[in-house]
Structure formats: C-alpha cells, structure tokens
Design a protein around this ligand. Sequence first.
Ligand code: BES
Ligand code: MN
Ligand code: ZN
Length: 503
Amino acid sequence: MADGIEIGFGPMEQGGQGPGGSGDLVVFVGDDLALGSAARTALGSAGADLVAKAAASEKFKGRSLSALSLPAPAGIHADRLVVVGLGSEKDRTKIDWPVLGGFTASKVSSRSARVVLDWPGTTVSAAQAGEFALGARLRTYTFDRYKTKKKPDAEEKGGTALTLLLAEHGTASREGEAARTLSEGVILARDLVNEPPNVLFPEEFAKRASELSKLGVEIEVLEPARMRELGMGALLAVAQGSVREPRVVIMRWNGGPAGEAPIAFIGKGVVFDSGGVSIKPGGGMEDMKGDMGGAAAVVGALHALASRKARCNVVGAIGIVENMPDGGSYRPSDIITSMSGQTIEVINTDAEGRLVLADVITHIVRSAKPKAMIDLATLTGAIIVALGQDIAGMFSNDDALAANINAAGEATGEKVWRMPLIPAYDKAIDSKFADMKNTGGRHGGAATAASFIKRYVEEVPWAHLDIAGVAMSSNASEINRSWGAGWGVRLLDRLVRDHYEAR
Ligand code: BES
Ligand code: MN
Ligand code: ZN
C-alpha cells in the first residue's frame, strides 16, 4: 500500500479474465468461503480452485477483516489475488463500509487493484461503495512532509489506483465524488493537527483557513486591534505571552435560504499549549501542538460542506492563539474581562482553552444569532481520564441537539458520550473576587470546564464536545494511522446532512 490513492468505479465485467499482469484483483468471501457470481467469473475456475486450496493450506477462514494474498495463476488478468474475509452471515448484515475499505486498501500491494464488490446475498449500493472509498482514502493518508527520505515504497509507487467494480456503478461516481470531498476535509484537519507550531502559528493557520474562499466560503479574519475593539479580553489574555499574534477566523458557508439562522461550529485553536506561567511538565509537552484539533475539525468540516455545496447556512469560528510563558504573560490571580462583560479570575493559566472559547462564542452568539451551536475543543485531560481515547465527551443544554449529535456519532463511528451538567459544577467555578474563576478544583475537571463555557452561550441550543482524547495521539484504526485523527469532520458533515439540510 502506498501513500495517496486514486479511486474510480467500473462495471463488474472489468473483473473479467484475460492475459496475466495488471495489479491486484480483490474479491470477498464470508466464512463459508463462497464467492459471488461476479467474483467467480473474474477468477475463473482455476482461480476459484486456487482460492479454495490456498484457504485450506493457509488456514484462511474468511473471518471478518482477515485476508489471504496469493500470486494469480495463469489465465487471470492480475498479478496477485487478494481475498478479503467478511465473517459470518450476521457479520455481513452489519458491515462497517469505511472500515472494510480501509482494511482492503491496506492489503493491496500493487500500484493498481480492481476490487470486485460482490459476494453472495448482497448487492453493494453506490452509497456503500462511496463509504468504502472514503475508508480506503483515509487509511492511506500519511504525514511525511518533513521526512527528507521518503519510504522507498512510496517513492517508487507514487500512489495506488483502486477501481471499485459494482453492479450499481452508474450512480457510483456521484457517491465517489462525495467521498472524495469528505476525505479531503478530514485530511485537511489531519494535516493541521500534525503540523508543528513553528510552522502553523496563528497567522499561518488563519491563512490556511482563508483558502476556503476558493470553495465559496466567506472569510473574515479578526486581528488583535479588532479583538480589542470588541473587548475580547479573555482570548487576548491567553495570547499575550506569545510573540505570535492571535487570530480569530470566521467562515460562512451560505448554502441555505438567505436570512435563515445558521448552525455554528466553534473551534479551540491553541497552536501550542505550554500551560503558560502554570507551565506543564516536560514529558509529553510536544503533544500540545495538537491543542488546535477543534479548530482543525471546524475548518475541515467547512471544507467538506462547501465542496459538496451543502444546502444549509453554516458559520465556523476559530480562536487561534499560542499559550506561552513570558514576562508579558497573563498570570494566576489576574482578573480579566471577557467580551460578554463577565469577569474571570485566573487560577491557572493552563486552563486557557475555555478563555479562548468564551470570547469566540460571545462574538458568534451576538453577531450570527445561530439556531444551534457546537463547540469542539481539546479542553481537558480529565475527559481522557473519564472516557479514554475512543469516544468524545459531550455536554449540552439541549436534548434534541444532543440526540442528533449522538446519532451522527453512531453513524460515522466518531462516537460521543453525553456527560452531566448540574448546578454543583457551576457553583464550583464561582470566584471570591470575580464573576467566575477559570478552574473548578480537582474534581470533575471536564464538567467544570463545560460549565464555564455554558456561562457564555446565552439562550442558544448548544453542545460542547471535549475531544482531548480523540483528536490526537490516536489509536491506530482501519481508517487512520495518523497522529492527528481529523476527528469531528465526518460527524459534523453527517449532522448537517441528516438534520440541517433542506431536502
Ligand atoms: N489542552 C489542555 C488539555 C489536554 C490535555 C488536551 C491532554 C489534550 C491532551 C488544556 O488546555 C489543559 O491544559 N487543561 C488542564 C485544565 C486544568 C489546568 C484545570 C488539564 O486538563 O489539566
Ligand atoms: Mn492548557
Ligand atoms: Zn489547552
């Protein structure tokens, strides 16, 4: 498998027999090892016999996400045969299409492969093939921009071309296009998370987000002078220890009826979080280049929505800052005034994300009047303690919105788990000297952080996704081998598709 992948669609007949050569031929079988008719035609009787024999000698049982790879016999138009297992009949009723696509792409070893999407009892739809293609693209992503010696493999092969063969190939190119643009959004987010902060400082981040204008997204960039006029004292306090100026980027995609209230996505964009004066320990501090995973997801989602011309009004807003210790830094005991007018006593300069979000949220609530608002932030280590690295924490003031996000999470595999917001958490952030303090003590750290943000959302239906565990340092999966996961792009795209788009 090489980095970079081209995916096309074709009719089943292209699986057919012919002279030798021409890359991999991929077929699928369940645990009964039975081939579909198109797969059988593609392999011919010699190929089918070989598969049966090889399966027996290699102990290949057709289990879900297992594979058998062999040299193709004479008379088959391929160099290698790859047989991918789909498991039991029950497994085959609940196929995760992106996962199957990712797994299959990882088993392809030639420059090109034809993938016969055919097995007994199933007709693969164009939409399913599109999801398969999405998984294949995401799996083959690698971030090697800063390796001066690429893997010889990647250099030689350049990329892999997959042709997905299916009965419904007529409508597949449209689904394939949707998969391509969505994968581009995820990959954009991954790139942003993986980039180091000396390259991706706030101004550069704003520049990259501004490139969405090519897709018809309206871009507004706020510089410090404008932030001061607006009174963004909380965001500016975090930024004041860094030599890199902060930016706020507002991205508007107006694909819905003119004048209709938008849905708002807000992202935490701390390009590097040293902790500031309340400095973090050295071990693992390098991971804090990923503290902009929320902002990356928002940019990636806007990219995906604009690329597919979603029929919905969306506003994305990201607060981009660097949190550094310096003679000019903000400090514990400072009292700062947020754009909302509420004052905040700083207890810990490492609880900076909520300060950034507070001002961006106030600005969007007042200027865009959104009908719903979702913020994404790598906000707390506490959410990782509570939920681990495979599911994000969700806090919400609106049951319907929370249910919709939950459904989108289930549909995409970017899962969320709803956490409580109760008055006790809110009480924990009351301050002796100001309206609130920026930490709530040792207990319930993710919940007190969420309660802090809640004080800025006014009456807007809102959900906060704490993605500290899922955005970076990701567990390897069938569709992701990257440190930065691009988590949230598919979730937001799906949420819009299922609940906010005019049909
Ligand atoms: N960016 C961190 C949270 C984080 C930790 C993200 C680990 C990803 C991995 C955040 O700004 C932070 O430092 N939070 C503190 C809050 C505390 C000082 C109240 C935390 O979680 O320890
Ligand atoms: Mn921090
Ligand atoms: Zn942070």
